[in-house]
Design a protein around this ligand. Structure first.
Ligand code: RB5
Length: 144
């Protein structure tokens, strides 16, 4: 069973709870936050990154208001390939071509049903390797 780490700030709290209820066939680890009280999203990006460092086969879902802040913050970590997705095709190609290991969603910009659709595409798609592996390999080299 795929392990999924999930975390959100206050802007993503409700969507996180909805997805946890939906993802009953996965081993879901909830890393918070636990309410709508204001928190700083980079903390939750760092929590997901730390878990995926120890558990490289797992995947992550990060949610903030837009999905943008958590994505920028978590991509600071070398072992993370996070994609902020707003369609099922985004999520599918993020897995197939970019080997994304974290899906970022915007709790204030997409509804629960669209989020479930995006998550399904993310979880049911696999990295294709080949020419995509060569390209992804360059991500771990500092650009400047
Ligand atoms: C919090 O108000 C909001 O800035 C955050 O959830 C996120 O959208 C940042 O990118």
């Amino acid at each position: 069973m795929t392990r999924l780490y999930i975390a959100a700030d206050h802007g993503g709290f409700h969507l996180k709870q909805a997805l946890i209820s939906y993802l009953v066939n996965y081993d879901v680890v909830d890393l918070g936050t636990e309410s709508e009280e204001s928190v700083d999203y980079p903390l939750y990006s760092d929590k997901i990154a730390a878990c995926l460092k120890q558990d490289a086969e797992a995947l992550g879902i990060l949610i903030c208001g837009t999905g943008l802040g958590v994505c920028m913050a978590v991509n600071r970590h070398r072992h993370i390939r996070a994609a902020r997705c707003s369609t099922g095709l985004d999520a599918e190609l993020a897995r197939r071509h970019n080997n994304a290991n974290v899906l970022c969603l915007g709790g204030r910009v997409i509804g629960v049903e669209l989020a479930k659709h995006i998550v399904n595409h993310f979880l049911n798609s696999a990295f294709e390797g080949g020419r995509h592996q060569r390209r992804v390999n360059t991500f771990s080299t500092p650009a400047c």
